[in-house]
Ligand binder design. Structure first.
Ligand SMILES: C[S@@+](CC[C@H](N)C(=O)[O-])C[C@H]1O[C@@H](n2cnc3c(N)ncnc32)[C@H](O)[C@@H]1O
Length: 245
């Protein structure tokens, strides 16, 4: 399933003030991503962060990684203010990350919990290769097809997630893969409505909450309890660090 960037922007914009409290897994992913990058290098001249949102990753990065220039991007204009609170002199590019053309070449391009929205990773791989300096690092986290498997099994709705193997095959054409790891994190809720609220508050309700009527929500909740009495929601992040050939 492909989601229009306008819908993504709309949903994330609405979730901004509740995002940090609810983005438990995205926070774990940000910490993991930064731990892996800082194992490789702790100084980069120019850093570009894509889909910076409320600055979860920016915050983790600023604790461990040093840099001269920081460039940040998001579809949402308000993200600029979140990033500037952490890195006051960051330069913000508002718009679609897949079209970004920064004035400088970058030494690190980094992104947390955003690449799953890209529909053509082959083009993305090449596009960012052209923006990186020689031996520049591309570090990102995304999700595997196991992500939100409960939602997929119940509704048939899912993004076109790529597997770890598919991601490896795509990116190794332009990069050396330094690290690639998939893990699972399961959240539990008291009831399906709480789960739906969690998805809304993290901006990932583009799949479920589009036009659900009261009857559909009721049905969804009943089916969820029947099939998943523990009211679980599975996240399956993938962390990828690669170096330009
Ligand atoms: C799940 S949030 C992650 C935010 C942040 N990276 C973090 O670590 O919490 C995804 C963010 O990516 C942004 N986004 C999604 N698709 C985008 C695109 N094509 N270009 C730029 N930003 C995008 C959304 O607006 C949202 O702020």
């Amino acid at each position: 399933m492909q989601i229009n960037p306008k819908i993504i922007k709309n949903h994330f914009e609405k979730s901004l003030d509740k995002y940090n409290k609810n983005a438990i897994v995205q926070q774990i992913m940000a910490e993991e991503l930064i731990a892996e990058v800082s194992n490789i290098e702790t100084y980069f001249e120019n850093i570009l962060e894509l889909g910076c949102g409320t600055g979860l990753l920016t915050n983790e990065l600023a604790k461990k990684i040093h840099f001269r220039n920081y460039f940040a991007n998001d579809l949402i204009e308000k993200s600029k203010f979140y990033v500037e609170k952490i890195i006051p002199n960051a330069l913000f590019y508002h718009g679609n990350a897949k079209k970004i053309k920064p004035l400088k070449k970058m030494d690190l391009i980094i992104s947390n919990a955003m690449f799953q929205w890209f529909e053509n990773l082959e083009n993305i791989s090449l596009h960012y290769k052209n923006i990186l300096n020689k031996e520049g690092i591309l570090a990102f986290s995304t999700f595997s097809p196991e992500n939100f498997r409960e939602i997929k099994e119940l509704t048939g709705l899912s993004l076109n997630y790529k597997s770890t193997k598919e991601i490896k095959n795509i990116f190794e054409k332009n990069y050396d893969i330094l690290h690639i790891k998939e893990f699972t994190h399961t959240l539990n809720f008291s009831n399906p409505l709480e789960l739906l609220a969690h998805m809304k508050n993290t901006g990932v309700n583009s799949l479920t909450a589009q036009h659900l009527t009261f009857k559909e929500v009721k049905e969804f909740c009943e089916n969820y309890i029947k099939k998943y009495p523990q009211i679980t929601l599975t996240y399956s992040p993938i962390i990828v660090i690669c170096k330009k050939h």
